[in-house]
Design a protein around this ligand. Structure first.
Ligand code: PMV
Length: 319
């Protein structure tokens, strides 16, 4: 049984958050500049199932059998066991680490789940399909997030830009050109559950108005997919600005996000919007490679807690 190393990227939502909850399409992209990593080492000569989880970043050093039933690592282990129909795992030590900031809308939980599930399959000697990876990781997302749309596990398992729509097969997107994006953290902790619940409350009071916003967002998402495939930077930027206007109207923006978006546009971004749940969390700004460092510095000088410069490549990343 050889040792295995598996990784999975972070993610950010480029278009369509919130409206996706109401059945509209959304576009998410992998953030390969930040990754979750899982290393599995066999423990030779221990025949009973003895599995140690070691994740120093969350102060975890525990045996599999000691984990509570709702623990994400336990769910991952049990899901893979059930799927592969194996009675027990060979004894092993599992080391987990991540460079993806936690609770920041960058998909940290889905990334660790995908990396762990992939690692377990490979440790047992199987290669999971991306679709199975995504499906099993979704079971863990449910435990973490209640009723997530499933966009995080999908984009992270496929490690490719996707058009995601509930109850439909995901569509892979191939960018016609490279896109450089600065992700800036407002430093205000966003809470996706609260943001989603707020939108729901307002939608219940004004269904016609909100559904019109969601439809408009859906239309611009479809347009954005085409423009990404054509490599049309300025049009993608314009659509980001337009998506942000609707996010403002549905009440999920925040003064700290508005400030960063203003700074991004002032410093030459082609478009900028909040990304994810909102009410805090991150903004994303589309820029040109040669301007990315400068834009990142300006955002940091003007209130961003941290930034990530990411490139959306034309080809699929090798893992
Ligand atoms: O905050 P994030 O990046 O996890 O994104 C939430 C996206 C929503 O559309 C607001 C909710 C969802 O489940 O899709």
């Amino acid at each position: 049984m050889p040792a295995t190393i598996s990784t999975a990227p972070g993610k950010t939502i480029l278009f369509g958050e919130h409206a996706v909850v109401y059945g509209q399409p959304a576009i998410a992209i992998p953030v390969n500049e930040r990754r979750a990593k899982v290393k599995i080492f066999p423990v030779i000569g221990v025949f009973s199932e003895k599995i140690q989880f070691i994740a120093p970043q969350i102060q975890l050093d525990k045996e599999y059998k000691e984990l509570i039933p709702s623990h994400p690592f336990k769910i991952a282990m049990d899901e893979v066991k059930k799927y592969l129909n194996i009675p027990q795992y060979p004894s092993c030590k599992i080391f987990l680490s991540s460079t993806i900031p936690i609770s920041s809308g960058l998909g940290s939980s889905a990334a660790i789940s995908v990396a762990l599930i992939k690692g377990l399959f490979e440790f047992i000697g199987f290669q999971p399909t991306k679709s199975i990876l995504s499906q099993l990781a979704y079971q863990i997302e449910i435990e973490f997030h209640g009723h997530p749309s499933g966009i995080d596990n999908s984009v992270i398992a496929f490690n490719q830009p996707i058009l995601f729509q509930k109850k439909k097969d995901i569509e892979l997107i191939e960018p016609g050109e490279e896109f450089v994006i600065v992700i800036a953290d407002s430093g205000i902790i966003g809470n996706t559950k609260i943001a989603v619940a707020g939108v729901r409350e307002r939608w219940l009071k004004n269904r016609i108005g909100y559904e019109a916003y969601f439809n408009k967002i859906g239309e611009l998402v479809i347009q954005a997919k085409k423009e990404i495939e054509l490599g049309n930077h300025s049009e993608v930027g314009r659509l980001m600005n337009s998506n942000q206007e609707f996010l403002q109207r549905i009440g999920v923006s925040h003064p700290s996000l508005e400030n960063l978006i203003k700074i991004a546009i002032k410093n030459g971004a082609l478009g900028s919007k909040l990304s994810g749940g909102g009410l805090g969390g991150n903004i994303i700004a589309l820029t040109r490679l040669e301007k990315a460092d400068y834009l990142s510095q300006e955002l940091l000088k003007n209130g961003a807690a941290q930034t990530i410069i990411m490139t959306l490549k034309k080809e699929i990343e090798n893992e």
